[in-house]
Write a protein that binds this ligand. Structure first.
Ligand code: ATP
Ligand code: MG
Ligand code: ZN
Length: 563
């Protein structure tokens, strides 16, 4: 590809709404352009990378026996009504106004529609069906570029089995294929076991990467691979030890002291001597939650401990429930159920609210003063705490989902009547799995993990071109002749070459574009070197530059570029 003829609109600066590195760099390198919020066009170089990623996915899906489909994006709304998902997707589903159509956000319904009546016998099973196709979701806050688009490419696969063992097998095939795909794309990823939520299945796992653009927060142990959403993540952390002899509890006047920080400052005590109180309403009844110091209540853990309906009490309810406002509530004299976080287990000489505005109580002994106090893990795991599996220090960070594998079970086959006959002629719903990967997310997340202040840094696997050939002064005959010859030659050696043959660009502009676009190897043709029979080669990732003899280029490239 000759740069002078190519459409590669690089930019010095990205628009100010691009914040995360991958978004900035994809725009600056001319890979994409935004058309409207969450809607992007891929320009030729960007789309070349998308096709390469798709090809990696395709190869690994075919390797596990997947068969490629191409389903319509335009779906009759009726079929979505029949599984209840028109409602489940709600605002996220795009509707076509003049017809009863929706734009598909995923394809469980349509795939099941094709299985129905056709995969009719156990002999027709198992099947692995997939496609790489555009999905539509009216994401409420599209941002971070193509990472959260309203239109995006997904590889979605669906498996159909007669037995749960069959589903287990299909699931593990996908697990392995996903690892190969992400490895081949040189991504550093980890796997999180997840609740499958609205999809309605029994087991699911998310493949994730660390990214500030992520909307999930996870705790991760690099040593053993433990990874969990903070909503459920555990950690090994000290409980408050009993401190000295328990005093009798006593009231302290604390005018205008509301937060734990203010209380600690006022009484000159440490946070770990305090128990923070939060009131929730559980199935209509108040519950007091005690947390150590300033720790937040993990509402997901609370909900799963309590079951049923749980919500924070409204400020106006507190006077009635506790006789005080939020900053002055505590366990002593609280008339309803009380539960506490494990870290407070049997703590004594603690400070908490007095259930009387502007008063706190000191000398609280939870073992002595609160009868039948129940303890649960109700906190968020934090960076620096120990892994529940292996005890190594964990990190908590934002992460983004690249892919997701679900054991769906029979939800869709039952809703749509996709049944098969077993060996005895008995009818059963087909057992299904579903497996998604965001294609653009692979690209964006790769860049998030591989860039520097000058631009993108490609590995051989995904790079749009192997070599970026730069003719420094394309008005100089010797440079034109040598670089043109090298352009042909390197292609004949099997490399894809982007040839910066622009006659008008300065050397500086060409070098900057080469670094921004990030091809793994740059070959630089300048008059002085050629006259000495030499050529300059630069490795983008390490910034290493070497002057080598022209005749040594072929070997050098095969050393630097592992195809
Ligand atoms: N709005 C989007 N833009 C780009 N890719 C997306 C988007 N939503 C989902 N994906 C990709 O499609 C894959 C499968 O879709 P799935 O329904 O499991 O995602 P999701 O759980 O909605 O993801 P998220 O939690 O990030 O919204 C995801 O793992 C992700 O890589
Ligand atoms: Mg989503
Ligand atoms: Zn661990």
């Amino acid at each position: 590809m000759k740069f002078s003829k190519a459409f590669i609109p690089t930019l010095k600066e990205a628009p100010s709404d691009a914040i995360i590195p991958s978004h900035v760099l994809m725009i600056r390198a001319g890979l994409v352009r935004m058309v409207s919020a969450g809607i992007y066009s891929f320009l030729p170089v960007g789309y070349k990378i998308i096709r390469q990623i798709s090809e990696v996915i395709r190869e690994e899906m075919n390797a596990i026996g997947g068969q490629e489909f191409h389903l319509p994006a335009l779906n009759p709304k009726e079929i979505w009504d029949s599984t209840g998902r028109t409602e489940a997707f709600g605002e996220v589903l795009f509707h076509i106004k003049n017809r009863d159509y929706v734009l598909a956000p995923t394809h469980e319904e349509i795939m099941t529609f094709h299985a129905k009546g056709v995969l009719a016998s156990y002999k027709d099973l198992p099947q692995i069906w997939y496609q790489i196709q555009t999905k539509f979701r009216n994401e409420s806050r599209p941002r971070s570029g193509v990472i959260r688009g309203r239109q995006f490419l997904m590889k979605d696969a669906y498996t159909f089995d007669a037995t749960t063992e069959g589903l287990d097998h299909a699931y593990s095939l996908h697990d392995q294929a996903y690892r190969k795909i992400f490895d081949r794309c040189s991504l550093k990823y980890f796997v999180v076991g997840a609740a499958s939520g609205a999809m309605g299945g029994s087991k699911s796992e998310e493949f994730m990467v660390k990214s500030d653009a992520g909307e999930d927060t996870v705790a991760y142990c690099e040593k053993c691979g433990y990874a969990a959403n903070v909503e459920v993540a555990q950690s090994k952390v000290d409980t408050v030890k009993r401190r000295g002899e328990s005093k009798d509890y006593y009231e302290i006047h604390t005018p205008n002291i509301k937060s734990i920080d203010e209380l600690c400052g006022f009484l000159k005590i440490d946070e770990t001597e305090t128990a923070k109180s939060r009131v929730y309403i559980h199935n209509g009844a108040p519950v007091l939650i005690l947390m150590l110091g300033n720790e937040e209540v993990n509402e997901s853990k609370l909900a799963s401990v309590l079951g049923g309906e749980v919500r924070p009490a409204h400020p106006e309810e507190l006077a009635e429930i506790a006789g005080a406002d939020a900053g002055s509530i505590g366990p002593i004299g609280f008339k309803h159920r009380i539960i506490a976080d494990n870290r407070l287990k049997d703590g004594n000489n603690l400070y908490s609210g007095a259930n009387k505005n502007d008063y706190h109580i000191g000398g609280i002994d939870l073992k002595r003063d609160v009868t039948n106090l129940e303890y649960f893990d109700l906190r968020y795991a934090q960076t620096g705490e120990q892994c529940p599996n292996c005890g190594e220090v964990m990190e908590v960070f934002k992460a983004i989902e690249l892919g997701h594998i679900f054991k769906l079970g029979t939800k869709y086959s039952e809703a749509l009547g996709a049944m098969f006959l077993d060996e005895e002629g008995k009818e059963h719903p087909i057992i299904m799995g579903s497996y998604g990967i965001g294609v653009e997310r692979i690209l964006a997340c790769y860049i998030e993990q591989n860039y520097d202040d000058k631009g993108i840094i490609w590995d051989t696997a995904l790079t749009p071109f192997h070599v970026h050939l730069i003719g420094i002064n394309m008005k100089n005959d010797i440079v034109v002749e040598t670089s043109t010859k090298l352009y042909e030659e390197m292609q004949s050696w099997g490399y894809e070459v982007l040839f910066d043959d622009r006659t008008d660009g300065s050397a500086g502009v060409k070098f900057n574009d080469a670094d921004l676009l990030g091809m793994p190897v740059q070959v630089i043709v300048g008059e002085r070197n050629i006259k000495e029979g030499m050529i300059e080669v630069k490795v983008r990732r390490t910034d290493e530059r070497m002057k080598i003899e022209l005749g040594a280029l072929k070997d050098k490239l095969s050393e630097l570029i592992q195809k």
